[in-house]
Design a protein around this ligand. Structure first.
Ligand SMILES: [Zn+2]
Length: 244
C-alpha cells in the first residue's frame, strides 16, 4: 500500500528511511513486493521456526560472546546473569511485537451511542528501538479515528501502538504500521497518527543532540482530504491534557 499522506518532519539529523522519497515513486516503479518490504518489518520467512525458548538460548550465547569480546569478566556476580537477561528481554519484552501471535485482538463493538465525531487518544507512550542502532526511541503517539459504525475499546488503541513499537523500527514505518492496523481493525480510512519521539541514537552518540525530536504523521481519509478535520485533530493534540 502506498503511504499516502505520510510526512516526516525531522528536527534531528534524519538518517532514517525517507518515506517522502517513496511517495514520489509509483507502485509500478517500485514494484508491489518492494513497497511491501518497506512498510512491513523485514522478516525472514523462517522467522518463527525457532521457539521463543530456543531463541533465548541462542541470543544468550551470542550476547555472552559480545560481552567477552568487550573484555568483560563474566565470572563477576553482577555480570554473569546479563546474557540471559538480555536474551529474555529481547524475545519476551522489547521485541515481542515481531511475533504475530502477540498482536492484540481488537474486538469491535457496535457504535450504540451513534457517536460519529472524532475520537482522539493522545499521549500514548511509545517505547521502541531504532533498527539501525538498537537503542531506544522514546516518545508519544496521538491517534484518532472517526467511527464507521464500529468502535474498539480505548485501551486497544494503546495496545496497537505498543505492539508495533516492540520491534526494531524506523519511526516512519512505525507510524504507517499503526495507521494501517487501525484502518483495518476499524474498517475506515478516517484515521490519523502522529508520533513525536526522541531517538537515543541521536542524543547518546553521533551528533549527540539531546534536544531534538522527530515528528511523523499519517493522515488517512477525512484527515487527509478535509482541512477542518485535520485541524480539529491537531487542536485536540495541542490542548493540555485533562488533570485528574
Ligand atoms: Zn538510529
Amino acid at each position: 500500500m502506498k503511504p499516502n499522506g505520510t510526512s516526516l518532519n525531522t528536527r534531528s539529523n534524519g538518517h532514517h528511511l525517507n518515506f517522502d522519497v517513496l511517495n514520489e515513486l509509483t507502485v509500478e516503479e517500485i514494484g508491489d513486493d518492494h513497497m511491501a518490504s518497506s512498510l512491513e518489518t523485514p522478516l525472514r520467512e523462517d522467522a518463527f521456526a525457532l521457539t521463543d525458548e530456543a531463541k533465548i538460548e541462542r541470543i544468550e550465547e551470542h550476547f555472552r560472546e559480545i560481552m567477552n569480546i568487550l573484555g568483560l569478566d563474566l565470572t563477576d556476580d553482577s555480570l554473569k546473569g546479563t546474557p540471559k537477561r538480555v536474551a529474555k528481554m529481547y524475545v519476551k519484552e522489547i521485541f515481542s511485537g515481531l511475533n504475530p501471535d502477540n498482536k492484540p485482538k481488537a474486538a469491535l463493538f457496535e457504535n450504540k451511542y451513534q457517536y460519529k465525531e472524532m475520537l482522539v487518544e493522545k499521549n500514548i507512550t511509545v517505547q521502541s528501538h531504532c533498527e539501525h542502532h538498537f537503542v531506544p526511541i522514546l516518545g508519544r503517539a496521538h491517534v484518532a479515528y472517526i467511527s464507521s459504525g464500529k468502535v474498539i475499546g480505548l485501551s486497544k488503541l494503546n495496545r496497537i501502538v505498543q505492539y508495533f513499537a516492540k520491534r526494531p523500527q524506523v519511526q516512519e514505518r512505525l507510524t504507517v504500521q499503526i495507521a494501517n492496523e487501525l484502518k483495518e481493525v476499524l474498517q475506515t480510512e478516517d484515521v490519523a497518527v502522529i508520533i513525536d519521539a526522541r531517538h537515543l541514537c541521536v542524543s547518546m552518540r553521533g551528533v549527540q543532540d539531546v534536544n531534538s525530536s522527530t515528528v511523523t504523521a499519517h493522515y488517512g481519509g477525512k484527515f487527509k482530504d478535509d482541512e477542518a478535520t485535520r485541524q480539529e485533530f491537531l487542536r485536540h493534540v495541542s490542548e493540555p491534557t485533562a488533570a485528574i
